[in-house]
Design a protein around this ligand. Sequence first.
Ligand code: SAM
Length: 303
Amino acid sequence: MSTTTLLTPIPLTDAELKLLQTLVYQECGMFFDERRIHFLRDRVQRRLKACQIDSFYGYYRLLTSREGKSELIALLENLTVNETSFFRAKPQLELFQKTILEEILQRKQARRDWSLRVWSAGCSTGQEPYSLAMLICDALAYYYLRNPLPIEMPSPKPMVPPPWKVEVLASDMSYSGLVTAQQGLYNEAHMEPVDYTCRLRYFDRLAEKYVVKPALKSLVQFDFHNLKADFLPRRNDIIFCRNVMIYFDEPEQKRLIEKFYHCLNPEGYLFVGHAESLFGLSNKFRMVHLNNATTYQRIEVAG
Ligand SMILES: C[S@@+](CC[C@H](N)C(=O)[O-])C[C@H]1O[C@@H](n2cnc3c(N)ncnc32)[C@H](O)[C@@H]1O
């Protein structure tokens, strides 16, 4: 390795980029087409510099070796877009809270099934799963303001009324995102979409920041899952996978939607991002569109 070459970017040929494009696609489903290939080139240059490697093939050998697993993870992390926020896409979350949750709570209560499991797939730094947990707690509180609780409410009032068991599974393939999410510590800029009643109910103040209250945090379980994997968490009532599939190509989107179908309980719902849709990708879901928001419900096949 020479130090002079480390100062200038190592030129990558089209063939070398193609090799990386294929490797990244195989590992995580992200597809860098013509429009985004410059981003892949830029991020690989950065990793080469960080690893102080001055040949593409040296780097490629590392990525595909057993010892190179952590570098492969670092490269993939550098390629992902982590943009997120609390209560992102409000009309969709309103549809989730006011219509879908209400329907699921009624349906489950009727058969005395007190479990609710919602999965945030591609949770980034945690704002999405914590938003979902807050919306669920509020929805349950409001539901039992109008309906009798099946057992007596303990004192002090817990966030989730018994006998309900709420689980929000939050997964990502970015370890750094998961660490931040697990900490649940957010600054004023992050908190901008969170109104003061929510801040009071679900956050504590810590110096200049806000930290998620332990009772809310205990409802969220963080885990590493690469959505490219064949086996993904099952028995979910609702899956949120928003702003993740846009980075996949069509065959990979179709495969993922098929996996989500099997990861949902009967009549479960899939929420995708505002700019995403299941149109032309699956005929196993029916579209529910209400008040400018969309979700997809699993269609049950007879027999
Ligand atoms: C733009 S963020 C979306 C965060 C959140 N869902 C939202 O809509 O605000 C995309 C996230 O998807 C994750 N991601 C991308 N490909 C993935 C994969 N194959 N498996 C798991 N997570 C993935 C990224 O690490 C990133 O945190």
